[in-house]
Design a protein around this ligand. Structure first.
Ligand code: ZN
Length: 293
């Protein structure tokens, strides 16, 4: 059973309505575009392979090693650093800064790349499921737009009503139908309400249409991460890996890495989706509650 609706929930809640950690900061909110432009741009750049052209090709003996400082030794916690052997082979090894470490064997960069690549492959969804989720996110977007438009109309209406009342109140004051004290008390209350409406309008206008586009971008990135990685090299690969993984560890010849949010949950879901050739819920997907609760 592929929990299709849960993917939609992951993308909605984790990114749009829940807490989301981005570059070390935890964002929370209900309808704010939490990570919008940065994430969207990075996802686009990664998918377009735009980082490839920015690669610093030094060609000489001095170069940036792609994974230096990115992976910790699983035994002693020291950083894994790189060295070139025989003028061409890049090897990584524990710095052994904390003394003798059991991780004695050096590892070729190609081996690390292979293992990272295998971890990225685990993010891939069954294509049917992927199509379904993208469709669901897009229909979700239509609903969201509608709700957004309704909210805008509601707040605008409220603001108009308050402004009309304030005008009427002012005329009452001029015509001496109400006391100055009553006028000031009531008008300050309504002005305060009007200010709240204006803030709400600003917020609604700022909340762009990119909620679901981001969800689609992120999902597409997860789907393509493996093939993008394979086409890239050096710092471009590092950038992609940093985007998806954290706490990378090398221990006993094996690379262990945690998927960052929301890739962690996408990976779990992807695993289930790959395990089921004909995912239950595919044919009756229309009955799924995509919009969550
Ligand atoms: Zn070590």
């Amino acid at each position: 059973m592929v929990p299709l609706s849960s993917i939609s929930r992951i993308l909605r809640n984790r990114i749009y309505t829940g807490e989301f950690e981005w570059l070390g900061t935890v964002y929370r909110g209900s309808h704010q575009p939490l990570i919008s432009k940065d994430l969207w741009q990075i996802a686009q750049d990664l998918m377009d392979g735009r980082y490839i052209s920015k690669l610093p090709h030094t060609g000489g003996t001095v170069r940036d090693f792609a994974f230096t400082g990115m992976i910790a030794c699983g035994h002693c916690g020291c950083a894994m650093v790189a060295e070139i052997k025989k003028n061409k082979y890049i090897y990584y090894h524990c710095t052994q800064n904390k003394g003798r470490c059991p991780e004695r064997k050096w590892v070729r960069e190609e081996t690390l790349i292979q293992q990272f690549s295998a971890l990225l492959l685990k993010l891939r969804f069954n294509w049917k499921v992927y199509d379904l989720v993208v469709r669901a996110l897009k229909s979700s977007l239509a609903v969201e737009r509608q709700e957004h438009a309704q909210a805008l109309n509601r707040v605008k209406g409220e603001l108009d009503r308050l402004n009309q009342r304030l005008e009427a109140l002012y005329i009452d004051k001029l015509d001496r139908r109400i006391s100055d004290a009553f006028y000031f008390r009531t008008s300050s209350q309504w002005k305060e309400e009007a200010r709240r409406c204006e803030d709400e309008l600003l917020r609604l206008n700022g909340a762009g249409e990119s909620y679901m586009d981001e969800g689609v971008s992120l999902l597409t990135l997860a789907q393509d991460a493996h093939s993008i990685f394979e086409k890239q090299e050096g710092m471009a690969q590092r950038k992609l890996l940093n985007f998806v993984f954290q706490n990378c560890i090398w221990k006993n010849g094996e690379l262990i890495a945690d998927y960052r949010q929301p890739f962690d949950m996408l990976q779990e879901t992807a695993l289930k989706s790959l395990n089921s050739e004909h995912p239950k819920g595919y044919d009756d997907a229309g009955k799924e509650n995509w919009l969550g609760n």
